[in-house]
Design a protein around this ligand. Sequence first.
Ligand SMILES: Cc1cc2nc3c(=O)[nH]c(=O)nc-3n(C[C@H](O)[C@H](O)[C@H](O)COP(=O)(O)OP(=O)(O)OC[C@H]3O[C@@H](n4cnc5c(N)ncnc54)[C@H](O)[C@@H]3O)c2cc1C
Length: 447
Amino acid sequence: MKIDQSIFHPEYKREPYWWEAARPGTQYSTDLPTSTEVLIVGSGYAGLSAALELAREGRTATVVDAMAFGEGASSRSGGGVSAGINIGKGLSGGPGQQTLSDAHQNTIIGLMSESLAAFEFVQTLIEREAIECHYERHGRFVGAFSKAHYPGLAKKAEFLNQHIDLDASVIPYEEQRSDIGSDFYHGGMVIKRAGKLHPSLFHKGLLDACNRSGVTLCAHTKVEAITGADHNFKIETSRGICRAEHVIIATNGYTGALTPKLRNRIVPISSQIIVTEELPEDLARELIPNGRTISETPRITSYYRMLPGERRVMYGGRARFHDVPPDVSATLLYRMMTDRWPQLKGTRITHSWSGFVAMTTDALPHMGEVDGLHFCTGCNGSGVAMMPYLGRQVARRILQGGQTDCAYGKIDFPGVPVPLYRGHPWFLPVVGEYYRYLDRRDRRNNT
Ligand SMILES: Cc1cc2nc3c(=O)[nH]c(=O)nc-3n(C[C@H](O)[C@H](O)[C@H](O)COP(=O)(O)OP(=O)(O)OC[C@H]3O[C@@H](n4cnc5c(N)ncnc54)[C@H](O)[C@@H]3O)c2cc1C
């Protein structure tokens, strides 16, 4: 693919913008203890939130990570905070406007109510731990990618208000410029109960809170094997051996050969982001006048927002489902961004990066136990609220002797419907191309 060098700022970096304020590091990292009550694999939002809950209840918890703390998705995300799950998206790839089948409606309502609890939990954590992470609740605009998607959004808004009080409403095409300075969409839906934050500052706040609460933290400690059973696990790592009564797997899109039964149930998909240089004040003000986050209805969706300070754009999407070099994803995302905002042509990119999210066949996150190991996984690209919440729920499950009230711990966790799938998603480029074709067709036909 031809890379257009003129889109890059002279100070362009191939790493997350967020790391300028809080770079994943090894602060607080210690030697691996020989034993702990609960060992947690993964230092993202899920792992830290689980550890915090356990420590607050007087348990000894140890968090280990193969990389620096938070170097996985948790310091790379778009920082959109939403209540709600991606009904009809995930691996099935259905467009967001599809209607719900009655059979699933009740289960979905239960799960969605809990996703609202997850949304509120983010605020609780931020306030309780005094985390400064530019958290703002200005809502979210979901753009209709084709005319035919708009009635589906209207139905969805009605459903969301009726069942989980999300304060959703539809915005017709003629009025959408009050939410986004673009004519690209065919109207949209606004969900007032949504927000945005600075993902790596949020992560740093959780890490500080873990340290204050006495959690043992071990960076660059890759878990290579786990043997034994409940109350007597032996964890072999790149920095020694530790014994634990319980183990939590919080590895999400970075799940590997350590836990084959989990790896075989999720598909790691790359998500990519670019950030622009600072824009002139007038131009910046017209892009997202209400400070919302933006998402949209096609199979391959984009998510975008203004950065703290409201002068720079962050544009994210699945330019490709598999990982591609940052200059390639930047070129593709730039085209998508300027399709939506032609007024940004000529603006230069300062940062481009990617990370992995975990998709599931039913598009739902899951928690539970496999081979005696506790887990939560499957954020399907929306984990800023859900993964801290599920981390806490997994911890509560241990504290309650294996009992849980959490709806995500009570549903089946289906496998990936690809014969002989072993965690290597060889089919992603093909699926990605097919979805892109369907989206182009929908848009062209306006269906
Ligand atoms: C580019 C991008 C944009 C996103 N945008 C949004 C958004 O706007 N809104 C939203 O809600 N969500 C978004 N997400 C999703 C969200 O970031 C994730 O759901 C969330 O951060 C997952 O947290 P986690 O703790 O479960 O996993 P992660 O933060 O991914 O952490 C998993 C950790 O496990 C570690 N690990 C794996 N294997 C081992 C091992 N064997 N030993 C030790 N450690 C191991 C990894 O090193 C990694 O640090 C985005 C994700 C990406 C990548």
